[in-house]
Design a protein around this ligand. Structure first.
Ligand code: WQD
Length: 351
């Protein structure tokens, strides 16, 4: 079996991708320093796959420790790189921490690609590279606009670093630009574990509905959209995960057309914040307690994907509906509520 190293394997998208890779015949290992994740999420991965997943608790900003993983695993053929800080708000407060962590870890990984001639590299990028897009839906050639945060700049800069690296490398790279990943694995055994107060919409909805938050705010309903709230492209985390497996398979099959290719991973459908809330209320039967507050600085008015390229080249077919995104997110939130002792106290002990 071909071995894939997944960085950030204890994280939200990383853990779902471990499952998809195993289900598609790959051998996997994870590297995650658990600074923003809970290693016990791997218990859920193991329950679903029936496989014990090894996690190297290593900070990728340490080059020697990163090299050691590859010395111990000479059979790694591909890397999928998720590990990074991802809070827009935190990046505004602490830009240097974001540039150091997100870029140093990436550069060290690329040094490993070079040193150990790893053939395939997949990078977790984001629609945030488009900024406030000049056109919607956005295609992969829609010109990037200035990012709205240091976090967004780390994704733009990360893409440029990989692009330049791949020009002189034997390895092939793929950049996957996620839109808004939401939902949880249909088994209800793994899902998103936001650190602290959730900044993203769907965890804010589910935490309010389950009573963890007293109320949530809709950040503005005076935008030039059909109902005044922002438009986003929500995509199920399992659809995102499967795209990573397809990207690796695409490169192994030699179907790549150039050394560094980019793909949008979005559903292709724009949904407003208020529509997302209504969809949640419909599947959960919960009347959500929310108020309309002021706009959030840095928010993009509307963005959603043209996903034709991923469909055509990777054979990607997103299959989860908005209703399933909400129902799986809700099921997971209710499970965390029951396991509060497990998730909160253990998590706090770990960090
Ligand atoms: C979505 C919409 C908010 C919370 C960010 C990153 C992106 C990716 C996903 C990492 C916006 C509104 C939200 C709330 C609200 N991150 N909202 N009340 O900002 O589109 O994207 O997260 O990979 O790179 O930029 O996602 O979920 O934060 O916000 O009204 O309590 O929901 O204003 O319109 P966003 P989000």
């Amino acid at each position: 079996m071909k071995k894939i190293l997944v960085t950030g394997g204890c994280g939200y998208i990383g853990s779902h991708t471990l499952i998809d890779l195993v289900e598609n015949g790959f051998d996997v290992i994870s590297v995650d320093n658990n600074s923003r994740s809970n290693p016990r999420i791997l218990e859920g991965v193991e329950k679903i796959t029936g496989k014990k997943i090894k996690n190297y608790k290593v900070d990728l900003c340490n080059l020697d420790d990163s090299f050691a993983i590859f010395h111990e695993n000479p059979d790694i053929v591909g890397i999928i790189h998720f590990a990074a800080y991802k809070s827009v708000g935190e990046s505004v407060e602490n830009p240097l921490m974001y540039f150091e962590n997100n870029l140093m870890s990436l550069i060290n990984l690329l040094k490993c690609v070079q040193e150990f001639t790893i053939p395939y590299f997949v990078f977790s990028s984001s629609c945030t590279v488009y900024g406030n897009p000049s056109e919607i839906p956005v295609t992969e050639t829609t010109p990037p606009r200035p990012a709205e945060s240091p976090y967004g700049y780390t994704k733009q800069m990360g893409e440029q670093i990989i692009n330049e690296f791949s020009k002189s490398s034997e390895s092939t790279s793929i950049l996957l630009r996620y839109f808004n990943p939401v939902g949880a694995h249909p088994t209800g055994l793994i899902g998103e574990l936001p650190v602290g107060h959730p900044s993203n919409l769907v965890p804010a909805i589910t935490q309010t509905a389950v009573g963890k938050l007293p109320q949530m705010q809709v950040f503005g309903d005076d935008y030039p959209t059909r109902d005044g709230s922002c438009i986003r492209d929500y995509i199920h985390v399992c659809d995102i995960a499967h795209a990573h497996t397809l990207a690796i398979q695409y490169m192994i099959a030699g179907k790549d057309t150039k050394k560094c290719e980019v793909f949008n991973l979005g559903s292709g459908t724009g949904v407003t914040v208020l529509e997302a809330i209504k969809a949640f209320e419909k599947i959960s039967g919960v009347a959500l307690n929310y108020t309309i507050g002021p706009r959030r600085p840095g928010d993009v008015i509307a963005i959603y994907a043209n996903n034709d390229l991923a469909r055509k080249q990777l054979g990607w077919k997103p299959k989860y509906s908005l209703q399933e995104m909400m129902s799986t997110a809700w099921r997971w939130e209710q499970k965390i509520k029951m396991d509060e002792s497990f998730y909160n106290s253990k998590f706090s002990e770990l960090n």
